[in-house]
Design a protein around this ligand. Sequence first.
Ligand SMILES: Cc1cc2nc3c(=O)[nH]c(=O)nc-3n(C[C@H](O)[C@H](O)[C@H](O)COP(=O)(O)OP(=O)(O)OC[C@H]3O[C@@H](n4cnc5c(N)ncnc54)[C@H](O)[C@@H]3O)c2cc1C
Length: 385
Amino acid sequence: MNYTLNHVEIRDAVSKLCLKFDGKYWQNCDKNNSYPTEFVNALTEAGYLSALIPEEYGGLGLSLSVGVAILEEIHKSGCNAAACHAQMYTMGTLLRHGSEDQKQKYLPEIAKGNLRLQAFGVTEPTSGSDTTSLKCNAVKKGDFYHINGQKIWTSRAEHSDLLLLLARTTPKEKVTKRTDGLSVFIVNLKEVPKNTITIKPIRTMMNHSTTEIFFDNLPVPKRNLIGEEGKGFKYILSGMNAERILIAAECIGDAKWFINKASKYSSEREIFGRPIGKNQGIQFPIARSYSLMRAAELMLNEATNLFDKGLNPGEEANLSKLLSADAQWAAAEACIQTFGGFGFAEEYDIERKYREARLYQVAPISTNMILSYIAEHVLKMPRSY
Ligand SMILES: Cc1cc2nc3c(=O)[nH]c(=O)nc-3n(C[C@H](O)[C@H](O)[C@H](O)COP(=O)(O)OP(=O)(O)OC[C@H]3O[C@@H](n4cnc5c(N)ncnc54)[C@H](O)[C@@H]3O)c2cc1C
C-alpha cells in the first residue's frame, strides 16, 4: 500500500533501513524502557535526521516534503520516530532566528550527528497548554542568564546534547502583550555546572524517554540567547507548522501500518469456517479508517506543498495534524478489534503501536487546542481564552 508517488527512492531506502528494526527490537526497547540507540544511529548515519538542514550548514538541504516521506515511511514500517523526530525540526528555530555565529557553531555538528538537538523545553506543570503563563525564568547577570524553574514532558533530554529552552525574561505583569517577555535559549546539557540541573525520567504508558527538568540557578551564556530577548514565543510559534506537518506524517504512517495489519489478518484468520474479513462488521471499520486516512493524507499533501512554496499554512498544518491523528486512532481501534485477543499480546505489536498512537490526541498539541485555533483564527469566532 504505497499511495504516494513522491520521493519513491527515499521512501524505499527508509523502508529498507527499517527492516533491520523489527517488532522484536521495539518490543525489547519497550520492555526495558530503553532508548532505541541503534535505530537513531542508523537514521543519523543515513543522513535522514539532517535532511532539512541547508547544504551550506552541512545538511541535505531537502524540502519538508522529504521529511514527511521519511517520517511516514518509518511509521508505516512499524518503527517509531518519536525517539528522534525532533532532531529534524527543532533546529528550525536556530536556523530561522539564530545569529550566523550560532548557526555556524551548531548546525554543521548537528548535521554530522556529533551533536543532538532534540530536546525542547516549553511545557511546565502549572501552565500546561497556556504557554504564555509559563514561569521558568531567566535573569540577566553579567555575561549570563540565570535560569530557575521547572519544565515537564521534556522528551529525550537524557539523549540530547542541546536543549532548546523557552523561559521568561520579563515578568508577565510587566509586559503589554502576553506573547512578549519570553526568550529562547540554547542550553548545552553536557556543559552545565554541577547541581544546576536535575533531569528526572517520567514513566509513561509508552516508551517515550520523557522527563521533567528542574533548573537551580543554571548559568547560560548571553551568547546562547536566540534572536531578540522577549520575542521567543513568536520564534517557537514559527516552527509549529513544520512540527505539525511532520507529526501528521507519522500519524498517516501509523494509520497505514494498522490498516495493512488489519486487512491482512482479517483475510487470513478463519472463525466459523470463513475468514473474519468476510464479515462486514470487521470490514467496515477498516474501510472507514482507510477513507479517513486518505482524506487526511490529501490535507497533509496540501499543507506540505504550501509550506514548501514558502507560505505560512497555519490552517492546513493544524487540519493535517487533527485529521491524521483522528485517522490514525480510527485505524488503531479497527486494528485492535480485528485482532481480537491477539491484539493484546505483545508479540503482535498491535498493543504497543496502539499505546503509541494515543499520544497524538494530546501532544505535541492537543486536539482541543487545534479545534480552538480553527474556530477562532479560521472561522473568526469569539476567543475563549
Ligand atoms: C509523552 C509526551 C511527550 C511530550 N513531549 C514534550 C516536549 O518534548 N516538550 C514540551 O515542551 N512538551 C511536551 N509535551 C507536552 C505536551 O505538549 C502537553 O502535554 C500538551 O500540550 C497538553 O498540555 P498539558 O498536558 O499541560 O494539558 P493541560 O493544558 O493541562 O490540558 C488538559 C486538557 O484540557 C484541555 N484544555 C485546556 N485548556 C482548554 C481550553 N481553553 N479549551 C478546551 N480544552 C482545553 C487540553 O486540550 C487537554 O486535553 C509532551 C507530552 C507528553 C504526554
